[in-house]
Design a protein around this ligand. Structure first.
Ligand SMILES: [Fe+2]
Length: 273
């Protein structure tokens, strides 16, 4: 069976399972790398059209391939305004998904603030495939990475500050792992060569800042980008789930129970949390 059909079937299974427990699947969360710039809107509309579920999402670096970042974001914002089931979290204020439980998000970017950019031999395809980098001098790439991370972190801080005082739980969707501890590759965290491109350190700082000032608020972060899964508990009230991925093979990573005291992620295959 094609991967797309398997994925849709897994979503339908999750709906049926929720039904059995007198619950409902309230929507899908996707943490980016959905497609490329010329196709991402088609895929977003296709997903909500087929699943008939609201889609809460951020964009990943792949979603900007063959385009300019601002242009792609602008087109996605425009289409979101025309489709009530699309929620581009980067451009959306906090959404209350259960009593006192809020969902926020931002794209994030590997922002060259963690690891050793200058000493690293790694240079991502992003630099050849995203127009912002193609049109920049090589020497300016780290500044651009830093700026993209800062803009994401600033927007995320604004969303955290916009949460009402009664907030109990926050679910944060972002593409790039915000801490080195959450940046997994084959069971290990990224080394200094990879971390500049695989960690959004400025979002990590914002999350720690908020978690330390709000010990009674629990933050659950969902991210991807590295293609390898892992869980990192950064604070008692800050846990980061990094999802796995294989090109062309979308899967349901987890079912999220937003009514739990600590927002719970359930493995859809085993039922384990
Ligand atoms: Fe990515």
């Amino acid at each position: 069976m094609p991967q797309w059909d398997q994925w849709i079937e897994a979503i339908e299974d999750a709906k049926a399972d929720a039904d059995k427990h007198d619950a409902t699947v309230a929507g899908l969360i996707i943490t980016g790398d959905i497609s490329e710039a010329d196709d991402v809107i088609f895929q977003l509309e296709r997903i909500v059209g087929v699943t008939r579920l609201p889609l809460y999402f951020v964009l990943g670096n792949h979603d900007f391939y063959h385009g300019l970042i601002a242009t792609t974001r602008g087109e996605v914002v425009r289409i979101m305004r025309e489709n009530e089931d699309l929620f581009y979290l980067t451009d959306t204020t906090p959404i209350e998904i259960a009593q006192d439980v809020f969902l926020i998000g931002d794209d994030g970017w590997g922002d060259a603030t963690v690891g050793d950019y200058d000493g690293s031999p790694i240079r991502l395809h992003d630099f050849q495939l995203i127009a912002d980098f193609v049109e920049s001098r090589t020497a300016d790439w780290p500044k651009l990475l830093h700026r993209l991370g800062k803009e994401s972190a600033d927007r995320l801080r604004d969303k955290l500050l916009a949460l009402p005082e009664r907030v109990r739980q926050v679910l944060v969707a972002t593409h790039v792992p915000p801490q080195r501890e959450s940046c997994w590759y084959e069971g290990k965290v990224s080394d200094d060569d990879w971390a500049p491109f695989f960690v959004c350190g400025q979002i990590g700082e914002v999350l720690e800042w908020y978690a330390d000032r709000h010990p009674d608020v629990h933050l659950t972060v969902l991210c991807g980008h590295t293609h390898h899964q892992g869980v990192a508990r950064i604070r008692d009230n800050l846990i980061i789930y990094t999802g796995s991925a294989v090109y062309g093979e979308p899967t349901v990573q987890s079912v999220i129970n937003a009514d739990a005291d600590e927002v719970g992620l359930v493995d859809p295959k085993s039922g384990d949390t």
